[in-house]
Design a protein around this ligand. Structure first.
Ligand code: TEU
Length: 557
């Protein structure tokens, strides 16, 4: 099938359906709610929507634990509602990319319910079961969500593997029947007309032979499982099989979520020769933490140093150029809000800072992703009490580090949760100033960020100077400019701790991007006086002078 590279020129908008728009006042976002907001996403200028999981699920991990891959979670509506949403999206020229979560299922999935019944059940080998070793877990792997990756099951006296929560048992990809089941699920959705898949932790599906212990420091309880299972021995083979049997038959977009992958890995999966996936989500820049206590992993509250951030993003830009393809993102449903994390949500600078971050990312090579509310400059919610959090990752981490291991005090951990918790991304979308920001007229499943009085879509759509209007311009600029899509990349002044500046080149044209990441007025000269100003987050241009969070883009011909 002849395929084009439309996905290179696209901008993706991510919808977390639970928090987007409620239509039946049960306090939970749903598919008819999303359908009613598609025109808004079209108005922003996005081409593709990545929809977080909407399948049947007991919701231990907000839909990432799927009990039935072919039905819709009743809270979100019916299959008819899904079909109508898809049809409406297509009629507006929007594509729909589904979340494919097949490293693990829910423990309520019928495969697992069968699998746990007996050692000779036909579904036993759909999952990874092992005998105890000396009366304890089969190895020292630590789960992404804290504790061991192994859960003992009395019925058969064996442990099952779960890289994430206990309710998320890992599928055994070594079993060809499991792979066939996955291909069949993919065909089910593709034949309905969906336009692609975002593949959840797809680089974790091939476990190392023999499941050996991993390395860990003496003061660590478990080994970091990501380092052990990421990019396993049969991953390329599995992805190639997926491509041959399914993807090659459809003109769709695929992105592999790949924690711990390196640019070399990414080139293998997205390279021109391998034909496995279109692009990756890599984690380097969001995994930077600066935390001196490695045991706490991501849990810390200091802002990342600009020099490190530049190095991380730039490495991916230069290494993948001409060889593979990257996704560009500041935040998603697993990360804190971009403006709070990478710049500032101080009301004095928030609008400028949100636009500055947008400019810095959208002028790079790769496919940009906008997470719902980012286009409004939505901020972290700044919770201070444990009872306000609801995410399984945050709660497990608190209990392990504060209550069980006592390696951090309560107040520090709460500060870390407040800065880094995934809950920051999951407060409902802020549509307008009415009760619950127009998200629901019922009781919202999760409290809104009270700042919807000042940060909401209704105000911003009408304001030509809003973050929303600015994102529209950024997206439009990409659609019109091949240089932004295809140009190569060069970081300027890597050691500058205040400014992120880079160049892009394509044919005879050059783009210069300059972003002041501080709240100070500073000066820099990159020769911008000879360029034509394409876009900026201030009304006028003071050339070498950079005002707080100023960001500007120049074209040179
Ligand atoms: O996330 C993968 C992943 O690696 C996360 O554990 C991530 O590191 C963490 O959320 C950031 O702290 C995917 C999904 O995006 C996430 O929502 C799921 O919880 C997870 O897989 C399991 O399916």
């Amino acid at each position: 099938m002849a395929k084009s590279d439309w996905w290179k020129k696209s901008v993706v908008y991510q919808v977390y359906p639970r928090s987007y728009q409620d239509s039946n006042n049960d306090g939970i976002g749903d598919l008819p709610g999303l359908t009613s907001r598609l025109a808004y996403i079209k108005d922003l200028g996005a081409d593709v929507i990545w929809l977080n999981p909407i399948y049947k699920s007991p919701d231990k991990d907000n839909g990432y634990d799927i009990s039935d891959y072919r039905s819709i979670q009743p809270e979100y509506g019916t299959m008819d509602d899904f079909d109508q949403m898809l049809q409406r999206a297509h009629s507006l020229g929007l594509k729909i990319m589904m979340d494919l979560v097949v490293n693990h299922t829910s423990d309520q999935n019928k495969w697992f319910q069968e699998s746990k019944k007996s050692k000779d059940n036909p579904y036993r080998d759909y999952y990874v079961w092992r005998d105890p070793v000396d009366g304890h877990e089969p190895n020292n792997w630590g789960s992404y969500f804290n504790g061991s990756t192994w859960k003992f099951d009395k019925t058969t006296g064996q442990y099952y593997l779960h890289l994430f929560a206990e309710g998320q048992p890992d599928l055994n990809w070594e079993n060809p029947k499991v792979r066939d089941e996955v291909w069949s699920i993919m065909r089910f959705w593709l034949d309905k007309g969906v336009d692609g898949f975002r593949m959840d932790v797809i680089n974790l599906i091939s476990k190392p032979q023999g499941l050996p212990d991993g390395q860990k420091a003496p003061d660590e309880k478990y080994a970091d499982v990501g380092k052990i299972v990421a990019d396993g021995p049969r991953l390329n083979e599995f992805l190639q099989e997926m491509n041959q049997k399914v993807l090659s038959k459809y003109d769709v977009m695929t992105v592999g979520e790949m924690p711990d992958s390196t640019p070399e890995d990414a080139i293998k999966y997205t390279g021109l020769d391998s034909h496995e996936l279109n692009m990756v989500f890599q984690f380097d820049h969001v995994a930077l933490s600066g935390n001196p206590d490695k045991r706490l992993g991501k849990w810390y509250d200091e802002q990342i140093k600009l020099v490190d951030l530049k190095k991380s993003l730039s490495t991916w830009e230069t290494e993948l150029d001409g060889k593979g393809w990257n996704s560009l993102y500041w935040n998603n449903h697993d990360q804190p809000r971009a403006v709070s994390r990478f710049a500032t949500d101080d009301p004095k600078y928030r609008v400028k800072a949100a636009k500055m971050l947008g400019t810095t990312l959208h002028m790079m090579q790769g496919t940009p992703y906008v997470y719902e509310g980012e286009e409004l400059g939505m901020t972290n919610v700044h919770y201070s009490k444990l009872s306000q959090f609801e995410d399984v990752e945050s709660l497990n981490a608190y209990h392990e580090f504060v209550d069980d291991e006592k390696i951090v005090d309560k107040d520090s951990m709460l500060k870390y949760l407040s800065y880094k918790s995934r809950d920051n991304a999951r407060t409902p979308m802020q549509w307008d100033k009415t009760k619950n920001a127009g998200f629901t007229s019922g009781k919202p499943w999760f409290d809104l960020n009270p700042n919807y009085q000042t940060i909401n879509a209704r105000d911003q759509i009408e304001d030509s100077d809003s973050v929303f209007s600015y994102y529209k311009k950024l997206i439009d600029l990409r659609h019109k400019t091949d240089l932004i899509v295809y140009g190569d990349y060069e970081l300027l002044d890597p050691n500058d701790e205040e400014v992120f500046a880079y160049k892009r080149r394509y044919n005879d044209e050059t783009l210069l991007v300059i972003s002041n990441f501080t709240d100070k007025e500073i000066t820099r000269d990159y020769g911008q006086k000879d360029g034509q100003l394409l876009i900026s987050n201030y009304d006028d241009d003071e050339n070498m002078n950079l005002r707080p969070y100023e960001s500007k883009v120049y074209l040179f011909r």
